[in-house]
Design a protein around this ligand. Structure first.
Ligand code: CTP
Ligand code: CA
Length: 224
């Protein structure tokens, strides 16, 4: 039975997207962070909004304009991002694109650390909450939960391990062994319990529209 083409297949769906890095303060002028421009996550948020979704974009510190039709919540640290995500739920889907810092400095200094003759300061690190895993194993788990994984080796194997560890439906595994960081193209593998789909090298904007189409298709399928 043919179905009429629908240009807003995500109308009335709420989707949470995380993007960018997080900054974990060491002192008022220094921080720990992952490399992330936020471009891929912002493109995905925009592509989902273009399909009619209500998008809550939880953004770490980036210098990017807010995509049209997207509600943006700016955060700085992983713990702030975790709280903002919990606050934004429930949602029909969540796409965790953020490069969350795995660790933060225990007890950030209130004043700027100064160089001293006594030697270099030592940093004690604490593990940050895993936002994706918390949502994946929590009571507000969206129907479709998508994670990202930037890997430099064993890309698909690492992504498969993350699927179950984090309770995600899909992991978009990103090969960052080249010069993807900050660039405008991406090579990704869509890893799910159905198997692995390798997408050709393409602009981040195309990864975004393709992923948004797949999300729309998944949310339109009858619930299992
Ligand atoms: N993620 C998260 N919160 C964290 C760390 C990661 O939500 N504290 C999410 C990322 O947004 C991404 C997915 O988990 O969607 C995978 O992130 P990644 O850094 O690849 O996974 P880790 O479990 O941190 O493993 P690794 O040791 O490879 O960094
Ligand atoms: Ca990590």
């Amino acid at each position: 039975r043919p179905i009429a083409a629908d240009s807003r297949p995500l109308f009335a769906k709420h989707i949470v997207v995380t993007a960018g890095p997080t900054h974990e303060p060491i002192d008022p002028v220094r921080y720990i962070a992952n490399r992330s421009s936020g471009k891929q996550g912002f493109a995905i948020a925009g592509a989902l909004a273009a399909l009619g979704a209500r998008v809550s974009l939880i953004a770490g510190p980036v210098t990017l304009p807010t995509p049209a039709g997207v509600t943006r919540i700016d955060v700085e640290t992983a713990r702030e991002m975790a709280a903002a995500v919990e606050n934004a739920l429930p949602a029909d889907a969540a796409v965790m694109v953020a490069a969350v810092a795995d660790w933060r400095a225990a007890g950030a200094a209130e004043q700027k650390l100064k160089k001293a003759a006594g030697g270099v300061p030592s940093l004690q690190l604490l593990e940050n909450p895993d936002i994706l895993a918390t949502v994946g194993h929590g009571p507000n788990r969206p129907r479709l939960l998508v994670g990202f994984a930037a890997e430099t080796e064993h890309v698909v194997a690492h992504a498969q391990a993350k699927l179950s560890r984090k309770g995600a439906d899909w992991i978009v595994a990103n090969d960052v062994s080249g010069d993807v960081m900050g660039g405008d193209t991406n090579t990704v593998h869509l890893v799910s319990s159905d198997g692995v789909e390798t997408w050709e090298h393409m602009p981040k904007a195309d990864v975004a529209t393709r992923l948004a189409d797949r999300i729309a298709a998944a949310l339109q399928a009858p619930e299992q």
